[in-house]
Design a protein around this ligand. Sequence first.
Ligand code: 13P
Ligand code: SF4
Length: 346
Amino acid sequence: MSVDEMYQQLKHKLGSVVPDVELRLKAELAVEINRLKVERNAVILGHNYMEPALFHSIPDFKGDSLDLSRKAAQTDKDVIVFCGVRFMAETAKILSPSKTVLLPSDKAGCSLAESITAEDVRQLKARFPGLPVVAYVNTYADVKAEVDICCTSGNAVAVVESLHSPAIIFLPDEYLARNVARETGKHIIFPTLTGPSDPAFATELDYQMIGWRGRCEVHEKFTVADIQAVRQQFPDVFILSHPECSPEVVAASDFSGSTNAMIRQVEQSDAPHYLLLTECSMGDNIAAANPDKEMLRLCMVRCPHMNTITLEDTLASLQQMRYIIEVPEDIRRRAAASVERMIAIG
Ligand code: 13P
Ligand code: SF4
């Protein structure tokens, strides 16, 4: 595709939200990335949170964490460029060890992945021996290696129900865990690891889920007061929240689901206004794909990690083959078992 054709494609999708001068620059970058992608025999995976010009120009596959981990397992290309954050690129490497996996920024972390270590999981398992352990995919490979099965926001309830266990450990997102507990009718507790003198040490015997107090630094910021204020101004608004939001926010919303599920819900319904309680770029991407829908977003909170992935860095990534994701083989093998068990559930 020529630069002019790419510019026309971007203008058609984004002309109403991105100034022309920027679209021309982005079109040049995107064409060069797509040329190098072929030269390197690479595939580009783009998470739904990528900024609109990147999202609409270079990914071969776009989607939520679950979708992209499936795509990473299926590709026959030599190189996977992951336009997302580090735990997602690690999951691609876990599933495709013979491929070179590149993450365009070395700053694309995640507050949830950073909230728990492999040692924390070992200690929890020692405290609650014999319980199956579920880890959200928003964790690093060494944590995935310690658990029995992974889940994403798109399949967390199905994964928990598949275990048929009277109690489980579910890590590390407190709010996702609380939302899953509510949906599956389980009582959840959040013990500490420090010992009986700590008031939060688990003394309760009646529980079906053990959680951890990790939080997404984006979704934890949305409040019920935000929802009330928007509903007052737009009484007919349809509100969608990601399950990393608090249970109170999820309960006050009209729909909650993974990033893919939210996109599908907007596409398949017909409300006068929609409000997305998630990373703001996704609202821009949905608005571009559905020009007939009126999207409202609360953009005061952005994911500082997802936002480090730019077209410029993706080009540099393919030019310099950086940043290469490595996972030690013993950790990779054990982490792969947890991710593959999740993928098998569907
Ligand atoms: P999804 O799995 O819904 O795409 O979400 C990933 C994520 O990091 C949300 O903050
Ligand atoms: Fe992590 Fe939250 Fe950013 Fe998703 S939005 S990558 S969970 S910090």
